[in-house]
Design a protein around this ligand. Structure first.
Ligand SMILES: [Zn+2]
Length: 326
C-alpha cells in the first residue's frame, strides 16, 4: 500500500483510465494537508488547503486552539488568512469547525449542513454542552469558538455541486457519526470528515469516532456504502491525511461498523453500565491496536484524535435509542 505524505507534497488528482489527463494539472487539482499540531501532536487534526483561481479554499477549520497552526500552514504555502475565501465544514464538532467564526471574520464564506448551520450562527448551546464535558480543559483543548455571521453561511443540498471559481465540490450528506455530517467530493478525492473514520498516516487501521449524541451505526454503514459507490480513489479523513486507497479504506471502515454492531449485540444484553462498557470497549480497542501492530506513539495519536472515553456514552445512547424494543 502506498500513501502520500501530503504535508510536504502536493497531491495531484490522477486522471481515470477513460479520460487520460492531456494537460498540465491546474491549481485546482492540488490539495495540501495542513497539520494543525493539535496539543503539540502531529497527525491528530488536519485542515485541507485547496488553491484555486480566487485564492484558497479550506476543508475544515480545526479548533480555535490551533489557529496558530492553521496560520503557520497557510504561510508555509504562501497564503494569508485573508486569502481563504471559502471554508467547507464536514460537521460542526469543535475539532473540525471551532475556528470557522475566526476565518469568517477574515472574510471566508462557510459551507455547512442545514442542521449544523444554526449552531454556527449561534454557538452558545454547542459551547455550553462542550463545556459540560470538558470543563476546565475546554479552553486549553478547543480555544475560542466564534459565531459565523448568517450572511456568510451557505447550506448545500445533498448531492449539490458547489462551484467556487474554477474549483468544484460535491456535497454528500453522510450521517452516522453525526446527523449533520457532509463528505465533500473533489475530483477523485473525498474529504471524509469523521464518517471515514480515523487513520494515522503510517497505518491502514481505521478506527471510528463513536461519539454521542447522534451515533447511528446503520446510517454510518449507508454513508460509507454511498462513498464506496461513488468510486472515489483517494480519501482524506480529517484525522489524518490523504490516502490513495479509498476503496480499501472504506471497506475497512465498513468492517468496523459491522463488527461494532455485532460486538454491541453480544455485550449489551448484559446491561453494562457506562463505565463497564467503556472498560470492555477499551480492551477491544487495545486488542485491535495490537493486531494492527500500532506503536505506543501511534496509539497515543489515535487516542488524541478520537478519545475513547466518549465511545461508551455514544454506544450506550445509540443502543438505548435505536436497538432496544422496550
Ligand atoms: Zn473529529
Amino acid at each position: 500500500m502506498r500513501k502520500i505524505q501530503a504535508k510536504q507534497v502536493p497531491f495531484m488528482i490522477l486522471a481515470t483510465k477513460k479520460q487520460p489527463l492531456k494537460r498540465e494539472p491546474s491549481m485546482t487539482e492540488t490539495v495540501y494537508t495542513l497539520d494543525l499540531n493539535f496539543q503539540n501532536h502531529h497527525d491528530a487534526i488536519a485542515s485541507f488547503l485547496i488553491p484555486y483561481s480566487g485564492g484558497a479554499i479550506l476543508v475544515e477549520s480545526g479548533p480555535g486552539s490551533t489557529i496558530e497552526g492553521l496560520q503557520a500552514g497557510l504561510t508555509a504555502h504562501g497564503y494569508k488568512v485573508s486569502d481563504v475565501t471559502h471554508l467547507l465544514l464536514t460537521h460542526i464538532h469543535l475539532d473540525h469547525a471551532g475556528a470557522a467564526g475566526w476565518l469568517a471574520r477574515h472574510g471566508a464564506e462557510v459551507y455547512v449542513h442545514p442542521v449544523g448551520a444554526p449552531h454556527m450562527i449561534d454557538p452558545s448551546k454547542l459551547i455550553a454542552s462542550a463545556t459540560r464535558i470538558y470543563q476546565e480543559d475546554m479552553d486549553r483543548l478547543w480555544g475560542e469558538f466564534l459565531a459565523v455571521p448568517e450572511a456568510q453561511i451557505h447550506i448545500p443540498e445533498d448531492g449539490e455541486t458547489i462551484k467556487i471559481g474554477d474549483a468544484e465540490f460535491v456535497a454528500h450528506y453522510t450521517p452516522g457519526h453525526a446527523e449533520h455530517h457532509i463528505a465533500y467530493g473533489y475530483g477523485n478525492l473525498v474529504f471524509s470528515g469523521d464518517v471515514g473514520g480515523v487513520r494515522m498516516p503510517s497505518c491502514s487501521y481505521v478506527r471510528l469516532p463513536l461519539v454521542p449524541p447522534e451515533l447511528h451505526l446503520g446510517k454510518w454503514q449507508a454513508s460509507l456504502e454511498l462513498l464506496l459507490e461513488k468510486g472515489y480513489q483517494r480519501i482524506a479523513p480529517t484525522h489524518f491525511g490523504i490516502f490513495d486507497d479509498a476503496e480499501a479504506h472504506i471497506q475497512n471502515g465498513l468492517a468496523v461498523v459491522q463488527s461494532t454492531e455485532k460486538w454491541l449485540a453480544e455485550i449489551m444484553p448484559s446491561e453494562p453500565n457506562t463505565a463497564e462498557l467503556g472498560k470492555k470497549f477499551a480492551a477491544l480497542m487495545e486488542a485491535e491496536a495490537d493486531a494492527a501492530g500500532l506503536s505506543p506513539q501511534e496509539r497515543e495519536t489515535y487516542e488524541l484524535a478520537n478519545p475513547l472515553h466518549m465511545a461508551a456514552t455514544g454506544m450506550a445512547r445509540y443502543w438505548k435509542k435505536f436497538k432496544t424494543t422496550l
